[in-house]
Design a protein around this ligand. Structure first.
Ligand code: MN
Length: 740
């Protein structure tokens, strides 16, 4: 039949021909003479070109493109051109053949697809840099012809199926890339079967133990499950037949990965996952009758078993964004077990399994469905919109799938996985502890951002360090990873110990002067007198000059104990109850602290972290040594304060008060031009007559970024100022800083 002279053994030749025939069979007789010729030519050209190549497993290379072409045809449902391109997908990349050869033999369109496949062939090789940029290219190609991405997905699926023969490190790399890029892409394109197989295969390599465990348990419970499914199906089947519906009904096991996801999400053991399978009813309906038939089946199912009405999902009346149509319900089956039932027509089922490629097919068959065109139009819009680049697009669809994790890139294109909510500082610690401790800022997608900047999926992050940097307490309020948190804490403790040593020496000197004993007991008494949690805190605050040691001279030494005036020893043992203080404060003030009028009655200060001004939504926070601190409710520290110390939070409200000015910080950026700076200062001091405390300007590459510290009376005045600044020519953005 074919030459295949280069193939060494008869058995290999036979195998290749067997696979080729399998490929033709998979098209289910839908090929005309020209299609058959096209595929045969592509096969011969690929077989010839890959002649001396073998895969890592040792088998002839051509078996790989053959398998990819078969996935493209059988599992994704694409037509003859895509099959030919799949056969040729590796030739330009790996052999002597050029794109011109493809163009000459297979035409412009097919050459473009092969070109797309060649261009993105090395994309996810971790040794190459700029993955983010490459992924963007990948998506641009996708926008041109969705078949490129579908063939690429088929290529990856086959590589995953044959991952066993690669070295362990490669296996892990490829498996995690599949998990983070290809499975979500397949999902987006509606290829459910491919998506779950990819996830299962990835898990098999990245979570081998767990995978084996679940597979084993699934196998062990299989008989019992089959019996249950049969028992469940029997009465339904009889009723459906009675009503003359044409249908298929079967039980379908959930994928290992989805079982594992459920175990993690609900924090349960395998045995506690009740829905290890779903029942599927596929009706054989004409297009006009399919909705009616599905609801008919639903009505029968719910006559037999009681439905959980909360769990009815109607994706027939309003299909999912990726085209999925189906009716889902959960019913109470035999033995008091809930069972999920999915009802859909054959057409819907094909789309559910093969995604938009199925739409494509229906379209080629002359159907009126133009969902694929609409969908491709949507992607093109996304990519053409300068506001949302390709990376936004990834994060957009990945966000829904992996809400607990984000994936970001190093400047060299290396991939790091972080929990969602992670900041640039978390990233720095993730790279290396020393980088975290010396981090002063970061560039995210080449833009300068603060340490507290929350990272998004697909961000490329470069950390900026300084030898002079030291961690501060405030860092703890915005890190999201345990690693960063514990490293900051231990470094602060080290720092405290070093600084504290000076404080301890100062205290010892003071005690010696006053002729008091300087021992652990005395230290503890002084610690509790000043209200610190530990003697280390005491020493540290002494060194930082935050403790007035002069108070010690009023104390007396009595039988080895230090006694402070006006305080009984017993009282000193009892810690001051913060709850009590709050209660008293609240009662006195009828649950409100009113600023302005009553400010003389209650000591309060404005928090430095968010610099509240009148008109802001604020709350008070009772501190140990500093009275009540007022924070903005959107202060970055607010969540942490409210969740950890809710009992110390007091309600606050502003009164009308225009005499006090409040310091606030505004960030302005725009096109670098001295005239603009002049206009900004004119507005502040000239037009609005506001006091400006400081102004700092940073300019680079023709763009300036300025920080203004301005005194304003309230939010109204601030908004007026910001509006005026925004209206200036050359000013691109004006924002109020959430934290200093
Ligand atoms: Mn390949």
């Amino acid at each position: 039949m074919f030459k295949l002279e280069h193939i060494d053994t008869e058995s290999e030749r036979k195998e290749i021909i067997r696979q080729y025939r399998g490929l033709l069979r998979s098209t289910r007789g839908q090929l005309n003479r020209a299609d058959k010729k096209l595929i045969r030519n592509a096969f011969e050209m690929a077989a010839e070109a890959h002649a001396d190549m073998r895969r890592k497993s040792g088998e002839p290379y051509i078996l790989h493109p053959l398998a990819v072409a078969r996935i493209v045809s059988e599992e994704i449902g694409l037509g003859p051109n895509a099959i030919a391109c799949a056969l040729l997908h590796d030739v330009v990349e790996d052999t002597e053949l050029t794109l011109d050869d493809i163009k000459r033999n297979f035409g412009n369109n097919n050459a473009r697809i092969v070109d797309g496949l060649t261009k993105i062939s090395g994309v996810f090789d971790l040794t190459s840099s700029k993955q983010a940029e490459n992924f963007r290219k990948l998506l641009l190609t996708l926008a041109e012809d969705v078949r490129v991405i579908l063939i690429k997905i088929a290529d990856r699926l086959h590589n995953m199926r044959t991952l066993g023969s690669l070295p362990r490190r490669k296996q892990l790399t490829i498996a995690s890339e599949t998990d983070f890029l290809y499975a979500p892409l397949a999902h987006r394109l509606g290829l459910y079967a491919v998506k779950s197989e990819m996830e299962d295969l990835a898990m098999k390599y990245t979570q081998a133990e767990m995978y084996k465990m679940i597979a084993k348990k699934l196998n062990a419970t299989k008989r019992e499950r089959t019996r249950f499914i049969n028992e469940f199906i029997k009465p339904v089947e009889e009723m459906l037949e009675e009503q003359n519906l044409e249908f298929k009904i079967y039980g379908r096991p959930k994928s290992i990965n989805s079982i594992w996801t459920k175990m993690k999400k609900k924090d349960v053991e395998f045995e506690e996952v009740y829905d290890l399978f779903a029942i599927r009813i596929i009706t054989n309906s004409t297009l006009e009758r399919e909705k009616q038939d599905c609801w008919h089946a639903y009505s029968i199912i719910t006559d037999v078993y009681k439905p959980n009405t909360n769990r009815l999902r109607d994706w027939i009346s309003s299909p999912k964004a990726n085209g999925y149509e189906s009716l889902h319900t959960t019913v109470m089956g035999p033995k008091g077990r809930f069972v999920e039932v999915q009802i859909r027509s054959q057409r819907m089922d094909e789309i559910a399994e093969k995604g938009f490629a199925a739409h494509w097919k229906y379209k080629e068959g002359g159907g009126s469905d133009n969902a694929l065109d609409e969908w491709m139009e949507k992607i093109r819009e996304l990519l053409n919109n300068p506001e949302s680049n390709a990376l936004d697009f990834i994060s957009d669809f990945k966000l829904n799938l992996f809400s607990e994790e984000i994936y970001v890139f190093t400047p060299k294109g290396q991939l790091r996985k972080l929990p969602s909510g992670a900041t640039s500082l978390d990233f720095a610690f993730d790279i290396h502890t020393d980088i975290g401790l010396k981090c002063i800022g970061a560039k995210v997608n080449h833009r300068l951002v603060p340490l507290s900047h929350k990272l998004q999926n697909g961000d490329q992050v470069e950390i900026i360090t300084s030898k002079k940097q030291k961690p501060s307490e405030g860092w703890l309020s915005f890190v999201a990873t345990g690693k960063a948190r514990s490293k900051i804490k231990s470094s602060l403790k080290e720092e405290k110990k070093i600084v504290g040593a000076d404080g301890k020496a100062a205290l010892e000197r003071k005690l010696r002067n006053l002729k008091f004993q300087a021992n652990t007991q005395t230290f503890n008494e002084i610690t509790s007198y000043f209200g610190f949690q530990s003697s280390l805190d005491l020493f540290y605050n002494i060194a930082k000059k935050k403790v007035n040691l002069a108070e010690l001279k009023d104390a007396k030494m009595s039988s080895g104990k230090l006694i402070f005036p006006g305080r009984e020893i017993e009282k000193k043992v009892e810690p001051i109850s913060i709850e009590q203080t709050i209660k008293e404060t609240l009662q006195k003030n009828a649950e409100l602290i009113i600023f302005g009028e009553s400010s003389d009655k209650i000591a309060y200060k404005f928090a430095n972290c968010c610099n509240p001004i009148p008109g802001d939504d604020v709350f008070g926070f009772v501190t140990i040594n500093d009275g009540i601190k007022i924070h903005r409710t959107n202060c970055p520290n607010a969540v942490q304060l409210m969740s950890n110390y809710g009992y110390r939070v007091v309600k606050t409200k502003w009164t009308r008060e225009h005499e006090i000015s409040f310091l606030t910080e505004i960030k302005v950026s725009g096109i670098d031009d001295m005239g603009v700076m002049q206009k900004i200062t004119n507005i502040i001091s000239g037009e609005l007559k506001l006091n400006m405390r400081s102004i700092s300007i940073d300019s680079k590459d023709g763009i300036f970024e300025g920080n203004l510290m301005v005194y304003v009376n309230d939010t109204e005045q601030l908004e007026l100022l910001m509006a005026k600044l925004k209206a200036l020519d050359g000013v691109l953005s004006v924002s109020r800083l959430e934290s200093a």
